[in-house]
Design a protein around this ligand. Sequence first.
Ligand code: XMP
Length: 520
Amino acid sequence: MSDHSQSILIIDFGSQVTQLIARRVREAGVYCEIHPFNNVDGAYEALKPEAIILSGGPASVVDENAPSVPDFVWESGVPVLGICYGQQAMCQALGGRVEPGDEEGREFGRATVEVKKAGPLLENVWTEAGHYPVWMSHGDRVTALPEGFEVIATSTGAPFAMIANEDKRYYGTQFHLEVAHTPDGAALISNFVHKIAGCAGDWTMAAYRDHAIEKIREQVGDGKVICGLSGGVDSSVAAVLIHEAIGDQLTCIFVDHGLMRMNEADEVISLFREHYNIPLVHADAQDLFLGKLEGVSDPETKRKIIGGLFIEVFEAEANKIGGAQFLAQGTLYPDVIESVSFTGGPSVTIKSHHNVGGLPERMNMALVEPLRELFKDEVRALGRELGLPESFVGRHPFPGPGLAIRCPGGVSRDKLEILRKADAIYLDEIRKAGLYDKIWQAFAVLLPVQTVGVMGDGRTYEFVCALRAVTSVDGMTADFYPYEMDFLGKAATRIINEVKGINRVVYDVTSKPPGTIEWE
Ligand code: XMP
């Protein structure tokens, strides 16, 4: 049973931008879930949605074995909005005709639609005879409408750019409503969920917090939960939320691998122990991690050592606590969708990410994942709702293996100390310049290269520090941040003057791809 009182079900046909549909629906204050077309019946039963949205997708409905819309959609009696492939699949299912696009009919990119008929979907957004920019991306197109449908907008390449059957409350758009390139798309989706589906739009973070707390209590009962804290946003928000639900039945474990940034370990400990009064085990394993990393310079070997030791230390501490049946994790919605997506995830391992995957089976524990339904920015909003300080909630992501992968080659205590100082100065300058929130991630890297310099009258032979800053939406692709030269000059001068061991600073202007965000 779903306990979100009103909701929208999004059926995924494999579009790259299906998640954006969910973003738009939630921005309109309505809870929604995405489920793949071939495994959605159970979700429909559980959710009892007010309406259904059919996503776009890479297939062609004219192909044999093309994904089709499950029958329950048409039997349910709820409003349906089909986007791109979703519109074509709707027409195919209801007796219209779809044909492969010829040279003329294909449309990719910006297009203009002309509104032919006003109606509830367009109310207060588009008016009859108006022309509006939209984003098209389709090869096939609808050439004959199913019975009961009419055209509400056209474009040069798509005479059926937008269609409706007002009686049944079925709508289709050939263009993508959910992308930013369709400037009025969010308002149209908002009309669909409010005016057509009748949702109140009262899904807020405060409501989510209450819902999540109730769910945690129900799942855990009077059991014990342990939660690994990393100092990052996700695990911090999960821990505070669970603590609010079950109090001291929660114990947090902070595995201190000695690879954190300046003062970071102390901040985590004082926030959780002193401010929130959450039972916290500080597993100081610095010597163990740094000892095992000594003399190791291969990036994958470093990652594997850190990942393996983390599990070992965590498990030992959890066993000491004893009697915990539940393991809490800060899994987010994009990870959940990725793992159920019928299109599958990335196939090549570029870097083995360090996380606690595998731990629950190994330790025979059930998972508590209170953020499973949220996107990253929603987790931040929930963190604010829970009163977490802005400095925690707005943090740049930090990788599990920490500074070890920002010291290319061998890692040593001395190098880590130099890197910490340079990184702290760099971030201080970024904050002072008001740039922190404009950047996805910014950090210093200590290169295993020494260069000759001159300071005062003397010769120096010290390390090179590289500065990195990128903008990104999800970490999957990224652009380097285009600083003003003055800013870079100032940061470099401060680092060289204040950090003994560095005599040269360079700026990394590589995007991802072809680079990755981290250097290892
Ligand atoms: P890359 O370097 O692959 O990083 O472009 C993409 C994003 O992932 C972060 N990252 C990690 N996060 N464990 C994590 O939790 C890891 O092992 C790890 N490696 C990279 C990186 O900081 C960036 O945000």
